[in-house]
Design a protein around this ligand. Structure first.
Ligand code: ATP
Length: 702
C-alpha cells in the first residue's frame, strides 16, 4: 500500500504541475483530492483488512481516471474518441471516496462490522476454488476473499458505466429516429446497443455467480469459525453457567451470521452496506453527472440566471422528498418485520417442542393445551401481519402515485428547455431516465438506512456473542476458581476444595480426600447435596469454587444419568464422541452384547431418533457400551444405571469390571445395593447453614 500511496502522491504532483501549466479549477481540485487520498492510502495500515481493499481500489482508480483526465487536459486525447472522454469530476470523486473510506473507519458501527468481517480477509490457510470453467486451484483463503471482493467492486462499477453508456445510446437513438437518419439508426442499434448489452448480460450473470459463491463461502467460513469457538472445550457450558447476556447461540450462528453477510439472502448485510451501496453511490454520482452535463447553459425561463446543474438539483430534491415521505409512511415497517420473525420463530419452536415431547404430551393428554398454545402463537403472527398490511397499504398508494408521476415530472421540468431548443428530444428522454435512476438510487439509501437498525442489532448480537465466547474461553483455560494440578501418585485428590454455586453460595467442602486407582468408589449423599457438581468439577467444567484438584494424566470418562444420543446411525451413537469408522463392527457388536443389548447388534447402520425410541434403561446400557469401547482409565458413573432394576445393575457393573480391568470406577448412586459393588465409599454430609462436607469411609468389598 505504501507503493500505491507513493504513486497517488506522484499523480497529485503531476496534476498540480498540469494545473500550473494550464490553469483550471478542476485540475487543482483533483490534485488536492489526490494528495488527501495519497495520505489516507499511506495510513491504510491502520485500516481493517476489509476496508483496505476499498482504499486500494479507490487509490488505483484515482491514478487511472486521473491520468486519463490529464491526457485530455493536455490535448493528447485521440480525436477519434472525443465522445468517450471521462467526466472531469470522476477522478475527483474516486479520490474523495478513498478519503471517505478512511474517515468512516472510525465510526463505531463500521468498527464492529470490520471486527467481524476481518478474520475472513486475514486467514491465510489454503483453500480450493473453481474460477469459471478453469480447473480447481489451491489458493490462500485471504487472497481468494480479497480477489473476489475486488472483482465484485470493479464489475459493479463497469456495469454502472455500461448502463450510463446505454442512457446516451437511448438519446442518440431517439434523435436518429426524429431526424429520420436511417444509417445512424442502424449504426446505433448494431454497433452500440448490441455489444454494450451483450457485455452487460455476461457481466450480470458472472456477477451473480461470483457474488453467490463469495457470500456462501464467507458464510461457511464464518459459521465454522463461530461453531468451533462456541463448541471448544467446555466453552458452551461455561457460557450457560455464567449466564452472560447471550441468548440462543444456535440462532446467532444460523441466522445472525447469514444476516451479517447479506441480510439473510434479502440484500443488506455487510455485502449490501459495502459493495451494493458502493455500486448505487457510483450510479448516483454517474447519473448526477449526466444530469449536470445535460443542464449546461440552462437558464431559468424568463430570467437570465444560469443555475449550474439545475436538472441534477431538481432530481435530487424531487427524489429526496419522495424517499423521505416513503420513509415516513413506512418508518414502522422495519420493527414490524423484526417482530414478525420473532413470532414465526416462537411458533416454529412451539411445534418442534411438541414433536420432541410427543410421548409425554400423549401420556398427559396435553394435545388440546398444545393446540391452544400453537393458536395463541399464531395469533401473534396474524395480528402483526395485519399491522404490516395496514402500513403497506398506505405505502403502496403513495409509491404507486409517485412512480406514475415520476414518468412525466422530469419532462415537465425539462420540456421548457426542449421547446427553447436547448436540448434534443433524445436529451429530453435521457433526462427522464437519469431522473428515475437518481430516484431509485436515493430510494436504495433510504431503504438501507431504515434497515440499518436491524443490521446494528445483528452486529451487537454477534459482537456480544464473540465477547461471551472469549470470556468463557479464558475462564475455561485459566480458571480463577478451582485449580488443577498433576498427581504423581496417580490418585485423584481434593485439596482444600470448596465448590460453590454461581451466586457464590458454598455447596461442598473437601479436604485431602483421595480416590485411588484400582479402588472403586461410591459417592453417596442426599439429593441436591452436590454430588453431580463434584463430578462436573472433576471433569473441569465447573469453574465456581476454590482449592485444588490433583489429577493424573489419564483418560477420564463420565456417564451422566440421562445420556446424550446424537441423531444418526446406531454405530455413531455408540462410538460418540469418537469417529465410528475407527471401530470394527465386531467390537461394537461385542459391546452391545456385553451391556445387554443383543437385539440391537444387527442394527448398527439404522438411522433413528434413538433418544426417543430406546427406553431409559436401554439408553443407559448404550452409554455403558460407549465406555467399553473407549476404555477410559477412570470411569465416573453419575446415577448412570438408575433406570435398571437391581439385578440388571449388578450384572452391568460386573460386566464393566470384567471388560475393563484397568479402569477405576467411581459412581454416584442412591441404591443400597450399589455399596456392595464398590470398595470405597465417600459420603457427602450436609452441615447446618454451610457447605456439605465430603467424608471418606473405607469399606470391605462384598
Ligand atoms: P441428585 O442426587 O438429586 O442428582 P446432586 O447431589 O447430584 O443431586 P447437584 O446436581 O450437584 O446435586 O446440584 C447441587 C445443587 O446445585 C442443587 O441445589 C442444584 O439446584 C444446584 N445447581 C446445579 N447446577 C446449577 C446451576 N447451573 N445453576 C445454579 N444452581 C445449580
Amino acid at each position: 500500500m505504501k507503493f500505491l500511496a507513493l504513486a497517488v502522491a506522484l499523480f497529485a504532483v503531476a496534476a498540480l504541475l498540469t494545473g500550473l501549466h494550464a490553469p483550471d479549477a478542476m485540475t487543482f481540485l483533483i490534485a488536492g483530492a489526490a494528495a488527501a487520498c495519497a495520505i489516507t492510502t499511506y495510513l491504510s495500515h491502520r485500516l481493517s483488512a476489509f476496508l483496505k481493499v476499498f482504499e486500494a481500489i479507490f487509490a488505483s482508480e484515482t491514478i487511472i481516471f486521473g491520468l486519463a483526465f490529464l491526457v485530455d487536459e493536455l490535448g493528447f486525447w485521440p480525436k477519434a474518441y472525443a465522445n468517450y472522454t471521462l467526466p472531469e469530476s470522476l477522478p475527483f470523486a474516486v479520490a474523495l471516496f478513498g478519503v471517505f473510506i478512511y474517515a468512516i473507519s472510525f465510526v463505531p458501527v463500521v468498527r464492529k462490522m470490520t471486527f467481524i468481517a476481518d478474520p475472513y480477509f486475514e486467514e491465510a490457510s489454503p483453500t480450493q476454488a473453481r474460477p469459471g470453467f478453469l480447473p480447481p486451484i489451491t489458493i490462500a483463503q485471504n487472497k481468494l476473499a480479497i480477489a473476489s471482493l475486488v472483482f465484485l467492486i470493479v464489475i459493479n462499477q463497469v456495469e454502472v458505466a455500461l448502463d450510463v453508456r446505454l442512457s446516451y445510446f437511448r438519446a442518440d437513438f431517439t434523435n436518429a429516429l426524429k431526424n429520420m437518419d436511417q444509417a445512424e439508426f442502424w449504426r446505433q442499434l448494431l454497433l452500440v446497443f448490441v455489444p454494450v448489452v451483450a457485455v452487460l448480460v455476461v457481466s450480470y450473470t458472472v456477477e451473480y455467480v461470483v457474488t453467490s459463491t463469495f457470500v456462501v463461502r464467507w458464510r461457511r467460513w464464518l459459521t465454522a469459525s463461530y461453531t468451533a469457538k462456541w463448541l471448544s472445550r467446555g466453552v458452551h457450558y461455561n457460557m450457560l453457567l455464567t449466564g452472560l447476556p447471550t441468548d440462543n447461540p444456535d440462532q446467532r450462528i444460523s441466522q445472525d451470521i447469514y444476516a451479517f453477510i447479506d441480510g439473510g439472502g434479502s440484500g443488506g448485510g455487510i455485502y449490501g452496506y459495502a459493495v451494493t451501496a458502493l455500486q448505487t453511490l457510483t450510479s448516483l454520482v454517474s447519473y448526477g453527472l449526466v444530469l449536470w452535463s445535460l443542464s449546461a447553459g440552462f437558464t431559468l425561463p424568463g430570467l437570465a440566471i444560469v443555475i449550474p446543474g439545475v436538472l441534477f438539483w431538481v432530481a435530487l430534491a424531487y427524489s429526496g422528498a419522495g424517499t423521505l415521505v416513503t420513509h415516513w409512511i413506512g418508518r414502522t415497517l422495519s420493527a414490524l418485520y423484526f417482530q414478525q420473525q420473532r413470532y414465526e420463530a416462537n411458533f416454529r419452536f412451539g411445534l418442534a417442542r411438541a414433536r420432541e415431547y410427543s410421548e409425554q404430551i400423549a401420556l398427559l393428554r396435553g394435545e388440546n393445551s398444545e393446540a391452544k398454545a400453537a393458536d395463541e402463537n399464531f395469533a401473534n403472527i396474524y395480528n402483526n401481519y395485519m399491522r404490516i398490511v395496514n402500513v403497506r397499504k398506505k405505502l403502496t398508494a403513495f409509491v404507486r402515485t409517485y412512480a406514475q408521476a415520476s414518468v412525466f415530472v422530469p419532462y415537465v421540468v425539462a420540456a421548457p428547455f426542449y421547446f427553447l431548443g436547448k436540448i434534443s428530444l433524445g436529451g429530453l428522454n435521457q433526462v427522464g431516465a437519469a431522473f428515475n435512476n437518481v430516484y431509485e438510487n436515493m430510494n436504495f439509501f433510504v431503504t438501507y438506512y431504515v434497515g440499518l437498525a436491524d443490521f446494528r442489532a445483528v452486529l451487537n448480537r454477534l459482537t456480544s456473542f464473540d465477547e461471551a465466547i472469549s470470556r468463557a474461553k479464558a475462564a475455561t483455560e485459566h480458571p480463577v476458581g478451582v485449580k488443577f494440578a498433576g498427581s504423581p501418585s496417580g490418585e485423584i485428590v481434593f485439596e482444600n476444595l470448596t465448590l460453590t454455586l454461581p451466586d457464590g453460595r458454598s455447596l461442598i467442602r473437601a479436604d485431602d480426600i483421595a480416590l485411588s486407582p484400582g479402588e472403586s468408589t461410591l459417592v453417596v449423599g442426599p439429593s441436591g447435596a452436590g454430588k453431580s457438581t463434584l463430578f462436573r468439577a472433576v471433569a473441569g467444567i465447573w469453574p465456581f469454587g476454590a482449592g485444588v484438584i490433583r489429577e493424573p494424566a489419564a483418560k477420564l470418562m463420565l456417564l451422566p444419568q440421562r445420556p446424550y444420543i446424537p441423531l444418526g446411525t446406531l454405530r455413531n451413537a455408540i462410538a460418540y464422541p469418537a469417529d465410528a469408522a475407527a471401530f470394527d463392527d465386531r467390537i461394537l457388536r461385542q459391546a452391545l452384547f456385553t451391556v445387554g443389548l443383543p437385539h440391537l447388534a444387527d442394527r448398527l447402520e439404522d438411522h433413528d431418533n434413538w433418544q426417543m425410541t430406546l427406553s431409559g434403561g436401554e439408553q443407559q446400557r448404550l452409554s455403558a457400551a460407549r465406555a467399553l469401547i473407549a476404555k477410559p482409565d477412570w470411569l465416573f458413573l453419575d446415577e448412570a444405571t438408575s433406570a435398571l432394576d437391581e439385578d440388571s445393575e449388578r450384572k452391568l457393573y460386573k460386566a464393566l469390571a470384567q471388560a475393563l480391568p484397568d479402569t477405576t470406577l467411581v459412581s454416584i448412586g442412591h441404591r443400597g445395593t450399589l455399596g456392595a459393588l464398590h470398595t470405597q465409599r465417600i459420603a457427602i454430609e450436609p452441615r447446618d447453614g454451610g457447605a456439605a462436607m465430603m467424608v471418606s469411609e473405607a469399606r470391605e468389598p462384598a
